[in-house]
Design a protein. Sequence first.
Length: 139
Amino acid sequence: MKSEISTREFSMRFTSTPRGARLARRLVSHRLDEWGHPYDGPANQTVTLIAAELVSNAVRHGHVPGRDFRLRLTADPDALWLEVTDTRTERLPELRVPCGESGRGLMLVEALADKWGVTPRQPGKTVWAGVRPSPATGR
């Protein structure tokens, strides 16, 4: 009898630049597709959108010159988990009313993720989000 893999993981460091953020987002979508969540499926689209917001925030608000950010994507039997770690300690993300053209990213994460949060670390922080794909729809 063949044993099934119950947990899958992808983890990689990226340059803290718009190009690094774009590559991270694309690799999240690609990895999810490899793991059985097709590009055009709700789980892939949801987690990729959350990844885009979190890596964009890491580049824009968590950037420390000369330091990268790390992305970790995990698929377990119950959920898809995304973690984005940067090295900027003094700026912890918080959910707040947007002002002007910005400030909507974490509201989007709040709306799309089943669970999300921030874990401080030294140096920096990890912002994480989890999505439980529904068996019927894939999200």
